[in-house]
Design a protein around this ligand. Structure first.
Ligand SMILES: [Zn+2]
Length: 331
């Protein structure tokens, strides 16, 4: 079993100078798609569940699906990560379930919508760090806010991260990784025109805090071919647009180590399901469309693992347990 703290995966990515995709999951097919891609490319992997995913799948199911992924792939380091935790209660729940990493998004109030004050963010993040580190669990914080709304999370307003404040935040809270706002956005309709990301902020924050892996949320590329497939088979997604892969790779070169992807997986799954249902309307066995959906998502994830640079790195290091990590935090 190689269930590892996310800190190990990100610290190793830091040493190797590559990025690691964090892929959102809600069901068995999505988890299988990610693990198949990780196996094929020999990639360490972060599978993450949002509060919406835990609610959708009933958290016990999701926990066991994630653990099945770990058990089936002993050679792949896997981190189980909670995406956008909004308070200590859900953090405790995730750690109780066996998650090896949690995000506390204190950039928003507990409603997941209202931007918070800096002091609130420091206070809640520090509380989560103090709690999680006792279990060897990694903590990702967030400073600044993204555009867009996904799974009910987001204020819809963009506030880019201030590098001076980021350095102070990291020092005050002890977070292991920091999500920063550099102009990306949640969801499928991120931009009207190709975005110019504030890569200089990544560079500046990385220079001030070189040991802290930086995280990009809202980093789906919304590839034209995936959107076209959806639209060709009866979908209606005009003007969907994402973050070009070259911009993500530029951010990785400057210090981004975790890249969150959800929308592109959703697009791949939906396009594949639509295609089967439209082309073969006589079919009614869910496996007839869920299998192509799983394959389509696998192809997307496999491509990203290569593009982010994590491919080939699964065997680079000996997995650490939460118990090992606990001792590291104690020193
Ligand atoms: Zn996010």
């Amino acid at each position: 079993m190689s269930l590892v703290p996310m800190k190990q995966i990100l610290d190793e990515a830091m040493k190797g100078g590559y990025g690691v995709g964090a892929f959102n999951v809600n069901n068995m097919e999505q988890i299988q798609a990610i693990m198949e891609a990780a196996r094929r490319t020999a990639s360490p992997v972060i599978i993450q569940a949002s509060r919406g995913a835990l609610k959708y799948s009933n958290l016990i199911y999701l926990k066991h699906l994630m653990l099945a992924a770990v058990e089936e792939n002993p050679d792949v380091p896997v981190a189980m990560h909670l995406d956008h935790g909004n308070g200590l209660e859900v953090i405790k729940q995730a750690i109780g379930l066996g998650f090896t990493s949690v995000m506390i998004d204190g950039s928003l109030m507990e409603d997941g919508k209202t931007p918070s004050a800096y002091e609130y963010n420091v206070d809640i993040t520090k509380k989560v760090v103090d709690y999680a580190h006792r279990f060897g669990v990694t903590v990702e914080g967030e400073l600044g806010t993204l555009g867009g709304i996904e799974d009910g999370v987001g204020s819809g307003q963009i506030h880019l991260t201030d590098p001076t404040q980021a350095a102070a935040f990291i020092k005050a809270t002890g977070v292991d990784a920091l999500a920063i706002a550099i102009g990306t956005s949640h969801g499928a309709y991120k931009f009207k025109a190709a975005p110019a990301l504030a890569i200089h902020l990544v560079e500046d924050i990385h220079r001030r805090c070189p040991s802290i892996p930086l995280v990009m949320h809202g980093s789906s590329s919304v590839p034209r071919d995936l959107v076209d497939t959806i639209n060709r088979y009866g979908g209606n997604m005009p003007n969907a647009m994402g973050v070009p892969m070259e911009s993500i790779q530029a951010a990785i070169r400057k210090g981004v180590r975790k890249v969150n992807v959800d929308t592109d997986s959703r697009l791949a799954v939906t396009g594949a399901v639509r295609k089967v249902l439209v082309e073969t309307p006589e079919k009614f066995d869910p496996r007839d469309y869920l299998k192509p959906a799983r394959e389509a998502m696998m192809t997307v994830v496999e491509g990203k693992m290569k593009d982010f640079g994590q491919a080939g790195h699964a065997g680079d290091y000996k997995p650490l347990s939460l118990e090992n990590m606990k001792k590291i935090y104690e020193h």
